[in-house]
Design a binder for this molecule. Structure first.
Ligand SMILES: Nc1ncnc2c1ncn2[C@@H]1O[C@H](COP(=O)(O)OP(=O)(O)OP(=O)(O)O)[C@@H](O)[C@H]1O
Ligand SMILES: [Mg+2]
Length: 273
């Protein structure tokens, strides 16, 4: 499903402008990262996509719906949003009930809900914690419950606000696999993240926000070629990119496999010269 923001503006009461004339389209099957310094407006933008916030001017389309004409409950049929802070999202006493809340509200039958919950718990490695109280899990556990809650809804659009914060390597790999599957299912995914190592390997397109504006919107490869832009934006250059740059590779590697291939190509070139 396509998401389209047209010239949106938003200011919190008593604040400076937080979203300043944003226009952007996210297409079905795209994996997009929204990045930028603290306070640049990423979360505020994300909250416009599921109707938690409404633009003060401009329009946000979710498929053929304007968010201004639909309630957050209706928009939940189309957009699942994972909060930056899981403690703002979780409210039930049992992991299973928490993950079931979305599908139940969307009107699925008891057996469908059961399937959706089991599947989402398994994807996030939470099957054995189904009966736990989310409050008894550590931060990463609570984060994974919030991710599972969104996945369980099986919506065409998913927004993840800082999904990898606190996840360990194994959990990040698991989440990366989930993103690939969503991509194959033609879902639209927006990942808000400060985790550049994760971003470089997991998205195709990067949008950079700066003081309420989207100042760059380009392919991942193109974005990471611009060393100065990354440093000036206060972002950490991913390890893989630093390595590619240091070794003067002709082509930038976005994942370990590409890096190894590129390195072998360079060695072969040197040998034959
Ligand atoms: N509920 C609110 N009321 C007033 N101002 C707010 C509110 N939420 C955010 N802001 C302000 O709006 C600006 C943008 O905040 P936002 O949370 O969208 O940024 P962000 O890019 O998600 O930052 P971070 O990377 O820290 O999560 C900041 O100046 C912030 O202080
Ligand atoms: Mg934020």
């Amino acid at each position: 499903m396509r998401i389209c923001a047209e010239n949106i503006h938003f200011t919190y009461p008593g604040n400076v402008k937080v979203l300043d004339n944003i226009s952007v389209t996210l297409n079905p099957g795209e994996k997009v990262a929204l990045i930028g310094a603290n306070g640049s407006g990423k979360t505020t933008f994300a909250r416009h996509l599921n109707g938690l916030l409404r633009p003060q001017s401009g329009t946000v389309w979710v498929g053929d719906w304007k968010t201004s004409e639909h309630s957050p409950a209706q928009l939940a049929q189309r957009v699942a949003y994972v909060f930056q802070n899981p403690d703002e999202q979780l409210f039930r006493q049992r992991v299973w009930d928490e993950v079931a809340f979305g599908p139940q509200n969307l009107g699925y039958s008891a057996s469908q809900v059961e399937n959706m919950v089991e599947q989402a718990l398994s994807l996030m490695g939470l099957t054995n914690e189904a009966n736990f109280n989310p409050r008894d899990l550590n931060y990463s556990g609570r984060k994974r419950v919030s991710l599972a809650s969104a996945l369980a809804m099986q919506t065409p659009v998913l927004i993840f606000d800082e999904p990898t914060a606190s996840l360990d390597m194994k959990e990040k790999k698991q989440f990366s696999k989930v993103l690939k599957t969503l991509n194959l299912e033609n879902k639209t995914t927006l990942i808000i993240s400060h985790d550049m190592d994760f971003v470089v390997e997991n998205v195709d397109r990067i949008i950079l926000m700066y003081e309420g504006k989207m100042i760059h919107d380009t392919s991942t490869k193109h974005f990471f070629k611009d060393k100065e832009l990354i440093e000036n934006s206060g972002l950490v250059i991913p390890q893989l990119i630093r390595l590619s740059q240091e070794l003067n590779h002709l082509d930038l590697a976005l994942n370990v496999e590409q890096f190894i291939k590129e390195r072998e190509r360079i060695i072969t070139t040197i040998k034959t010269e």
